[in-house]
Design a protein around this ligand. Structure first.
Ligand code: NAD
Ligand code: UD1
Length: 338
């Protein structure tokens, strides 16, 4: 039978790509997003790309009453919970805003789910919950965080796990993402960060687009093959597919399961830069800067559990990530503004 999925944060970067995958896999989609970090135009793009309609509510997920009206209007079968603030640096400057938004959203959602008898949730967690990211990282690696954003993910995992135990029918998958990059192959959807991007990939796309003169490389003296930081970059569409498989897993299993979504491969800053140059045909100037505080040399996932339990493996290459990101950037130089 056709299921209806509530996608909180569904107009955001990962949420929007996941909505397309859900629609293409026969789910009905209801989005709840307060547009604090996304634009309404995304709803049109999702529908255009998937060729199907979604229902959109401009709602703060932390607002229990408003959220309850969404649940009252739809027979929701499961929730994918993306809604949250995600900038690490900003979370250090405004910790209370992060705890308030991210934790209240998670708690309000669980309260309303329980009231309406909805007992399946897939949650957007992060590899940032691993305190000692010595690769390859398995899900049983030590947990702990270095910034308020990370703690909101860590605490949300605990809150969801405790909620799960209260009812034998409750089921949760805690998806720990590594570094999502790239865009939909249509070129109609992608990452649209506000302000100066902190993360590597959107910064490179902006340099290629002419917004900035060069990439700052934060450290070339790490103990890695070329001295720059190594990360597990994962195509956002592969990540989105992981959510569909997580929902299928939730149909058949209870419990609260943490699962890594990563490729298991590590690429350096220079690997990404060179791949983007190949994809765009443009030279990306760079300047070597000191290391960024808090960065580690190398981290990547052990994605075995996702393969064994969800039947998921990343399929797309670093070149796919760069080609799609480049297409999105060149077709939408101002993001969703146009
Ligand atoms: P995003 O900012 O593009 O999307 C998040 C969406 O949530 C936005 O559309 C925003 O408007 C919405 N939102 C925020 N607070 C809300 C609230 N209280 N009520 C309703 N809507 C709210 O971010 P993204 O990159 O798509 O990330 C999605 C989720 O995945 C986040 O929870 C993020 O922390 C997590 N995550 C992201 C990354 C990454 O690198 N992008 C890595 C690990 C985990
Ligand atoms: C970031 C988040 C982390 C999150 C992860 C997954 C920060 C500080 N951390 O980590 O919480 O879990 O994404 O999405 O935002 N780099 C440059 N120049 C730049 C930007 C980055 O050289 O302008 C380098 C970094 O030093 C690092 C690599 O590129 O070696 C990747 O950086 P970034 O994209 O910010 O991701 P993470 O640091 O892995």
């Amino acid at each position: 039978m056709k299921q209806t999925i509530l996608v909180t944060g569904g107009t955001g970067y990962i949420g929007s790509h996941t909505c397309v995958e859900l629609l293409e896999n026969g789910y009905d989609v209801v989005i709840a997003d307060n547009l604090s970090n996304s634009k309404r135009q995304v709803v049109d793009r999702i529908q255009e790309v998937a060729g199907k309609a979604v229902t959109f509510y401009e709602v703060d997920v932390a607002d229990e009453q408003a959220l309850a009206r969404v649940f009252a209007a739809h027979a929701i079968d499961a929730v994918i919970h993306f809604a949250g603030l995600k900038a690490v640096g900003e979370s250090v400057e405004k910790p209370l805003a992060y705890y308030q938004n991210n934790l209240n959203a998670t708690m309000s959602l669980l309260v309303v789910m329980s009231r309406f008898g909805v007992n399946k949730i897939a949650f957007s967690s992060s590899a940032t919950v691993y305190i000692d990211p010595a690769p390859p990282i398995r899900e049983d690696a030590p947990l702990g965080c270095t910034n308020p954003y990370g703690w909101t993910k860590f605490m949300s995992e605990i809150i969801i796990t405790d909620w799960q135990k209260t009812n034998g029918d409750n089921a949760a998958v805690l998806l720990r993402y590594f570094n999502p990059i790239g865009a939909h192959e249509s070129g109609k959807m992608g990452e649209d960060p506000q302000g100066i991007p902190n993360n590597l990939f959107p910064y490179i796309t902006r340099v290629a687009g002419g917004a900035y003169p060069h990439l700052n490389i934060f450290g070339a003296d790490y103990d890695t093959p070329d001295g720059t930081g190594v990360r597990d970059y994962i195509h956002v569409v592969d990540l989105a597919r992981g959510h569909v498989l997580a929902l299928k897993y939730l149909d058949a299993h209870n419990g609260a399961l943490p699962v890594n979504l990563g490729t298991g491969l590590g690429y350096s800053v220079f690997d990404v830069l060179r791949a983007y140059e190949r994809a765009s045909g443009k030279e990306i100037p760079f300047v070597i800067q000191p290391r960024r505080a808090g960065d580690v040399a190398s981290t990547y996932a052990d994605p075995t559990l996702a393969r064994e339990l969800l039947g998921w493996t990343a399929e797309k290459t670093l070149d796919d990530m760069c080609l799609s990101g480049c297409r999105w950037q060149s077709l939408n130089p101002n993001g969703y503004e146009d």
